[in-house]
Design a binder for this molecule. Structure first.
Ligand code: HSE
Length: 300
């Protein structure tokens, strides 16, 4: 095989109370086309000179590391990278590069990709299974890491729910968004989130979507992170007023996620307007849940 293409979905992590636990894959994709080559050549769509430098390109870094980890010398690659997922917005853009790099290296070396191999490489670049797993496997996933081992389960996600994601026009790195979190939280906040994360799963399995509004509230991260996101409370309130079942920060932010069964464009427009009133421009996407995860295609 000489030429491969991988398509990896965006992800929205946390979904409110499920901080560092829940993740959902969405139908917005980054694509990586790779050809055997001596040396590294990167083309980006849309054009991004920063990402065309191999040392800045996470996909190339992961591919190189994964090949070397398998005892192979990395001679280079010709890469065409199409980025549709906004960067540093809480939609798992980095996870797509990590998953794609691992999948390509595994296909090229014809090695079976076990969970152990996947995480051994992936965690070197990003420690969040709530992004990595849905990007790889698709769907809705609950995950945890215990003594170095990752335990997870993919759960059915109701087909009638769509995700309205509203992406403000500024970046927020996960590092910065984690730096504002406290070291410890009071027991009452632990109980608050435990109850809501459990209710979230119950709302999905029973299809009682009215529960999502309260179930997507959170005291672990949103109260701290919202200080970095002008208008966050107004955006969430506007989603609910326009008929969303529930709303939360998407991953580490600054994107805001609404889950809804109707009035998708109305919800998106209202959320954009709420950001605008707080001096922030934003755009919205109405997305479905991606259920198949990363897809690798052999082109030649
Ligand atoms: N659960 C992680 C966080 C996701 O919220 O920081 C990071 O992408």
């Amino acid at each position: 095989m000489k030429k491969l293409k991988v398509r990896v979905p965006a992800t929205t992590a946390n979904l409110g109370a499920g901080f560092d636990t829940f993740g959902l894959a969405l139908t917005l994709y980054n694509e990586f086309e790779v050809e055997e080559y001596d040396g590294v050549v990167i083309e980006t769509y849309p054009k991004n000179p920063f990402l065309e430098k191999p040392e800045n390109n996470l996909f190339v870094q992961v591919l190189k590391y994964a090949c070397e980890k398998r005892g192979k010398t990395f001679h280079g690659a010709k890469v065409k990278q199409t980025t549709n997922i906004p960067v540093a917005r809480g939609l798992g853009s980095s996870a797509t590069a990590i998953v794609a790099g691992i999948l390509v290296s595994s296909a090229v070396s014809k090695t079976e990709l076990t969970d152990e191999r996947f995480f051994e490489i992936a965690y070197r670049f990003e420690p969040h299974p709530d992004n990595l797993l849905p990007a790889w496997k698709g769907g809705f996933i609950t995950a945890l890491v215990d003594e170095g081992r990752t335990y997870y389960q993919k759960l059915e996600f109701p087909t009638e729910i769509k995700a309205v994601v509203v992406v403000p026009d500024f970046e927020l790195s996960t590092e910065k968004a984690r730096s504002v979190l406290p070291e410890s939280i009071p027991l009452k906040d632990g109980i608050f989130n435990l109850q809501r994360a459990s209710l979230f799963i119950a709302a999905l399995t029973s299809r009682n979507f009215e529960l999502l509004k309260v179930a997507m509230d959170d005291r672990f991260h949103q109260p701290y992170r919202k200080k970095l996101i002008p208008g966050f409370d107004d955006v969430v309130a506007s989603a609910i007023e326009s008929g969303a079942a529930g709303a939360s920060l998407s991953g580490a932010g600054p994107t805001v996620l609404a889950l809804a069964t109707e009035n998708f464009d109305g919800i998106g427009r209202a959320m954009v307007e709420a950001f605008n009133k707080n001096g922030i421009s934003a755009r919205y996407h109405v997305l479905e849940v991606d259920r198949s995860g990363a897809q690798l295609q052999i082109l030649e």
